[in-house]
Design a protein around this ligand. Structure first.
Ligand code: GDP
Length: 177
C-alpha cells in the first residue's frame, strides 16, 4: 500500500503569479513540504512541486508551479500558463505596489489561460499586521469585482495556506468533475 500504488484520479495544474518577493515560493514550500525559509532563493529554478490529497473520495495530485524568479524580468511565458486549471494571484499585504500590480497580472493571466480557470487572490504576509499597506476591504472589493476567491495568508506562520490551496482545488474539482 505504498505511495506508488496510489491511483491518481486527477492532476490539477495551478500556477502562482505576482510580483517578486511576495512569498510565492514560501507558500509553495509551506503547502507541499510544510517548510519555510527566510532566505528562500535556494529553490530557484524549480518548476513545480506536487502534493497529493483527497477531495470527495478522489485522489487529486496538485501540481503547483512557481515562476522561479522569471517574473522579475517579466518573462513569464505562455508555457507557464498552459494547461493550468487554477491560478493564485499573490501580493504582499505590506507592499501596496504588489497589490496595485494585480490588475496587470490578472490581465496577463486572462490573456494566456483557459477561460474557465479558477483564480484566487492571496494577500500574503498577514503575520506582519502592523505593516499592513492593503486594507482587507480593498482586496475584497477587487476580488468581488473580478470574480476571484480571496484569502489572506502567512507562509511564515502557516495561516490559511492549506485552506487557500484546498479551497481552490475543491473549486477546480467541482467544475471539472
Ligand atoms: P517570491 O519571490 O514571490 O517567490 O517570494 P519568496 O517566497 O522568495 O519570499 C520573499 C521573502 O519574503 C523571503 O525573505 C521570505 O522569507 C519572505 N516571506 C515569504 N512569505 C512570508 C510570510 O508569510 N511572512 C513573512 N513575514 N515573510 C514572508
Amino acid at each position: 500500500y505504498g505511495d506508488y500504488n496510489q491511483k491518481i484520479d486527477y492532476v490539477f495544474k495551478v500556477v502562482l503569479i505576482g510580483d517578486s518577493a511576495v512569498g510565492k515560493t514560501q507558500l509553495l514550500a509551506r503547502f507541499t513540504r510544510n517548510e519555510f525559509s527566510i532566505d528562500s532563493k535556494a529553490t530557484i529554478g524549480v518548476e513545480f512541486q506536487t502534493k497529493t490529497l483527497v477531495i470527495d473520495h478522489k485522489t487529486v495530485k496538485a501540481q503547483i508551479w512557481d515562476t522561479a524568479g522569471q517574473e522579475r524580468y517579466r518573462a513569464v511565458t505562455s508555457a507557464y500558463y498552459r494547461g493550468a486549471v487554477g491560478a493564485m494571484l499573490v501580493y504582499d499585504m505590506t507592499k501596496r505596489q504588489s497589490f496595485d500590480h494585480m490588475a496587470r497580472w490578472l490581465e496577463e493571466l486572462r490573456g494566456h489561460a483557459d477561460k474557465n480557470i479558477v483564480i484566487m487572490l492571496i494577500g500574503n504576509k498577514c503575520d506582519l499586521g502592523s505593516l499592513r499597506a492593503v486594507p482587507t476591504e480593498d482586496a475584497q472589493e477587487f476580488a468581488q469585482r473580478e470574480n476571484l476567491f480571496f484569502m489572506e495568508t502567512s507562509a511564515l506562520e502557516s495561516t490559511n495556506v492549506e485552506t487557500a490551496f484546498f479551497t481552490i482545488l475543491t473549486e477546480i474539482y467541482r467544475i471539472i468533475s
